[in-house]
Ligand binder design. Structure first.
Ligand code: DC
Length: 197
């Protein structure tokens, strides 16, 4: 069974997906982490995205659950501890606009989901990747509240960043995710919309 949760950055998808997956005894699959792993590989190897689409689209991308935690490997390297680095957030949104990268991530997701019951979160899950998901949700939330949540997360990590900078990063990422030509962030057909502000 597939339960999809889509929505913009910081709308609370991960928190909700985690609680729901625990209650249902399903896997919580975070599709954004796959784009983040591609971005990590790019940064770790000092590659320029536009010049390396071909190489990156052939990455060996693997998801494994270790002690209930989703780990993502790219060409054998476990990037899990770097997925949430601040520079990775913006880079992942950038890499996600390239069709071959979306294809790579989609294949990896489909392979995993074919064998498991999942709560899967992302931007295009109920709309493009699994339009026949049994239950579809779309979370939405004001930019102000999302920025405040992210600020708390960053402060807990000891990052020195100001709320206005976070707000502008969120606005830029929303714009990129909603306006990209392939599988943009939209409310999926028949999704239940939840305002998580
Ligand atoms: O959910 P997240 O913030 O970890 O996702 C990081 C980026 O990956 C996001 O800005 C856009 C992209 N993404 C996507 O294009 N499609 C998905 N299903 C999930 C994430």
């Amino acid at each position: 069974m597939i339960v999809s949760i889509d929505g913009p950055a910081g709308s609370g998808k991960s928190t909700v997906a985690d609680i729901l997956a625990n209650k249902l005894n399903f896997m919580h699959f975070n599709s954004g982490s796959l784009y983040r792993a591609v971005a990590c590989y790019l940064i770790a190897n000092n590659l320029k995205m536009d010049e390396n689409v071909d190489l990156l689209s052939k990455l060996d991308l693997k998801v494994e659950f270790i002690d209930g935690v989703q780990h993502v490997f790219a060409n054998g390297t476990d990037f899990t501890s770097h997925l949430r680095d601040n520079e990775v957030s913006s880079a992942s949104s950038y890499v996600s606009k390239f069709k071959p990268i979306r294809q790579l991530v989609d294949d990896c997701q489909r392979k995993f989901v074919s064998n498991n019951n999942v709560v899967i979160e992302g931007r295009d899950i109920g709309s493009f990747v699994f339009p026949n998901a049994e239950f579809k949700f779309y979370l939405d939330c004001s930019v102000e509240v999302r920025a405040e949540r992210r600020l708390k997360e960053e402060q807990a990590k000891g990052t020195n960043i100001d709320i206005e900078e976070i707000k502008s990063q969120i606005i830029e990422r929303d714009k990129r995710d909603k306006e990209r030509p392939i599988a943009p962030l939209v409310v999926p057909k028949n999704a239940t919309i939840i305002n998580s502000t």
